[in-house]
Design a protein around this ligand. Structure first.
Ligand code: HEM
Length: 411
């Protein structure tokens, strides 16, 4: 037995936040999947098991397919996920949490704004916005890279995709953070009230903007979805929930991977130098940042029939926890998995998921990263950590530094 197999799985602990990868290695070392009582799930940590689950025809995200309305209501009460009228209408239901024909219909409505070509059209605008942020910070010798810089980018860019005026984008950041915080394990009533209140405010904001776009359509996602609703492809609630999902899925995750990506370069200074010497490596380096610290490390699936995963049998209705963060460090798939390699090829990481729910925003997230890191390395000849220890957020659903204080010197 390797020492790592002695670890019990404690995803809320500070020790887990410090280094989840020891825990993930312990899970991968165990035979089969691991039952995790606290979440009522079977955890899959090996790359092959995670891939098999998310690509399996009998796996779904939504409970509707395996439980009746009373069972679902009871589960929601048990998780303090009830009595939230707007949250249950627009957040608990979404494109991400639907399956089959409903999922396909909703995804199809928005897909075309997220293709590489459409996302590529945003490049100049993102570059100009990022240049402006760097200009404002360049005078300082020390910054918090996540709070002062990264935190301002994705909400702003996703806001533009949606069609939110630039001056309102800071509000998106607050709404997104206050709604998303309730997805993690701490489901206190105070956090619940915050999630509901912010969902309500965001809803009213979207209602107003929708009315404005209805009489003055633009080249943006809200206008595209207004047309989809007009032609019967989307209901009003689906319109709102899709707009909310697109912000929430892409906002915090991008901030987190920007922070952990820079942290990785600082921990592996040889790789940062390699990237400075050969900027052509930026694409593979960005891919490696997603592999190395998957910002959304944990998702779930239910099976709609009896299934066999990794040689183990499971009954219909079983819930699985798929650990993308653990799969991405599986040495059976990635040689030297705990080493950051800016030129890693091949790199079939699973940070964006796989199969029907494969991340819609992956090209946009990669473009943000590419622009920010290219600009950072060009404009600053030296970057170093300004604190001895970087603390990461607690929990299983997100992975990213709480803050990343750096000192830098302009080129
Ligand atoms: C920065 C990093 C990001 C990561 C790591 C990430 C990761 C993921 C993952 C793992 C899934 C699939 C969940 C599952 O398997 O159950 C997903 C779905 C999704 N993501 Fe992302 N995402 C990111 C950024 C974005 C951005 C920028 C957007 C949009 C602007 C976005 C929009 C979506 C949407 C709409 C879905 C649902 C797709 C569906 O169910 O068909 N994501 N994302």
């Amino acid at each position: 037995m390797s020492p790592s197999t002695d670890l019990s799985f404690t995803p809320l602990s500070d020790d887990f936040a410090k280094d989840p990868y020891r825990y993930y290695a312990a899970l991968r070392d165990r035979e089969g999947l691991t039952w995790f009582e606290e979440f009522d799930v079977w955890l899959a940590a090996r790359y092959d098991d995670v891939s098999e689950i998310v690509l399996h025809d009998s796996m779904v995200r939504s409970m509707d397919q395996i439980a009746d309305a009373d069972e679902i209501a009871a589960q929601k009460r048990a998780q303090n996920w009830n009595d939230m009228p707007h949250h249950s209408r627009f957040v608990q239901f979404s494109l991400l949490d639907s399956d089959g024909p409903v999922h396909d219909r909703l995804r199809k409505q928005v897909f075309r704004l997220f293709t590489p070509v459409m996302v590529g059209r945003l490049r100049d605008g993102i570059q100009a916005y990022v240049d402006g942020l760097f200009d404002r910070l360049a005078e300082r010798t020390e910054i918090d890279f996540t709070g002062d810089l990264a935190a301002h980018v994705p909400g702003h860019i996703i806001g533009r995709v949606l069609g939110v005026p630039d001056e309102d984008c800071p509000k998106l950041r607050v709404w997104s953070e206050n709604i998303v915080q309730y997805f993690d394990i701490d489901r206190s009533d105070a956090r619940k009230a915050l999630a509901e209140q912010n969902t309500t405010e965001f809803y009213h904001y979207l209602l107003e903007l929708k009315a404005a776009r209805a009489v003055d359509p633009r080249d943006d996602l809200l206008s595209l979805m207004i047309e989809a609703e007009r032609t019967g492809q989307m209901s009003h609630d689906e319109f709102i929930s899709t707009a909310m999902l697109i912000l929430m899925a892409g906002h915090g995750s991008t901030i987190d991977v920007l922070g952990s990506g820079l942290h990785a370069l600082l921990m592996f200074p040889g790789e940062m130098q390699r990237l400075r010497d050969d900027p052509g490596l930026m694409k593979t380096a960005v891919q490696e940042m997603f592999r190395f610290e998957a910002p959304l490390p944990f998702f779930h699936r239910y099976c709609t029939e009896n299934v066999e995963i990794g040689g183990q049998s499971f009954e219909r209705g079983t819930k699985f926890g798929v650990l993308y963060g653990a799969a991405n460090r599986d040495p059976a798939q990635f040689p030297g998995a705990d080493r950051f390699d800016a030129g890693r090829t091949p790199n079939r990481h699973i940070a964006f998921g796989r199969g029907a729910h494969f991340c819609l925003g992956n090209h946009l997230a990669r473009l943000d990263m590419d622009i920010i890191f290219t600009t950072l390395l060009k404009r600053f000849r030296s970057i170093e950590l300004a604190e001895p220890e970087v603390r990461y957020k607690r929990g299983l659903s997100v992975r990213g530094p709480q803050a990343l204080r750096i000192r830098w010197q302009a080129s």
